[in-house]
Design a protein around this ligand. Sequence first.
Ligand code: UDX
Length: 470
Amino acid sequence: MMLRISVIGTGYLGATHAAGMAELGFEVLGVDNNPAKAASLSAGRVPFHEPGLPELLAGHVADGRLRFGTSLVEAAEFADVHFLCVGTPPGVNGAADLSQLYSALDGLVPHLTRNCLIVGKSTVPVGTAEALTSRIAELAPDGISVDLAWNPEFLREGHAVYDTLRPNRLVFGVTTPDAEWALRQVYATPIAAGSPVVITNLPTAELIKVSANAFLATKISFINAMAELCDLTGADVTLLADALGHDDRIGRKFLGAGLGYGGGCLPKDVRALIARATELGAGESVEFLRDIDAVNLRRRERVVRETLGLLGGALRPSGRVGILGAAFKPLSDDVRDSPALDVAVQLHAAGVDVTVFDPAATGPARAVAPQLVFAATAAAALHEADVVLHLTEWREFQELDPAFLRTVVRGRVIIDARNTLDPEPWLAAGWDFRALGRLVEPRTAPRVVPVVTPYPTPSVTARDLAAPSP
Ligand code: UDX
């Protein structure tokens, strides 16, 4: 008999996971304590922007494999495997707030009617699963055996459907063979498609997730620290990153220097790891992460400072700024800890007249920053702007027409804070194009010079070198 699945917490992670599980062939019940969210998902509507998810979700709601509700009692009666996908937002001093995990267990476990597996997917401080195991033991009805496993999620916003169906690795933190067996059943399809599986204990599984995000943040802040040096010395951080990336021990990914990282995961997970390590008496081990965070926040300050400088100084700035981007990254409408929105808010607070355009995130951005003005198009946001800031690297922005936009603005400065625009057409249209740690000059010669001279035949061959000396 096929396992039945419940997904508890249907935010970004849970809604995607529920739809992914239905796609893998399971009957799935998604449960959320927010009735409006459950109703929207039941009607096949995804309340956030994620390419491909609306079609997947609506398809499986329509074929009856996927449904949503608000009752944990119903989930307890329905499923063999319960995935915990609730949020673990920042709490006191950056430590993760685990209250949603505990209340999910309190609502679920006393109502269980048969042996089952509970699988944590939420990102948690190392040691959480062990504490939850004790709670489950206290709450479980007599005669019911409940296993707990940890199966962290590595999906990227904007690519969530792909990452769910074709994960680049699966991590199973388990304490029993039965738990491993159940997880292998659930993920049989991705495993067959080649996703490697790491089987480990609970603390390792928890720590894999936070350390993966801390490592990604470290890579980004490393290259941004190099960008600070590039700015001072006339070196070019994009070519530096290309050259580093050719070394496959380093790799080019996550060496995109610019405005730094944001979103619902990287900033919070770095701080939560510092908090947890400190609690464990190992604050020194992760001391460097404080610098990672500080470098990251300096990127935003740098753009704010330069912009205020262009507008007459921080004390009395005057002028208009047109901002391209509010989401924390492209293909997402998420503005949690968004560097772009943070810069917009800081400039507005300094007295600057700011107008923002984002292809997807206007609604969520307006909800958290109602003081800002939002435009319906890029051109409208740039109307009579003295300075233009490119803060989220949507592909649309790479396709803008710089010559037309020159007729719309009042000033001529654009700061490409994501280092993803091609300076050439902007310079050709008369813009004062600036970037972060990147050299911007008219391209007079090809940047990558092909090697045309064949290597001369060596006069000393390897064999000569290997020959024993007389
Ligand atoms: C991240 C992890 O990648 C994912 O595995 C985990 O499950 C959740 O956290 P996500 O938050 O969706 O995913 O965003 P990601 O693509 O990692 O980007 C994070 C931030 O870093 C964005 O603000 C992005 O703009 C920034 N970034 C990324 C850079 O500044 N430079 C880069 O080179 C790459």
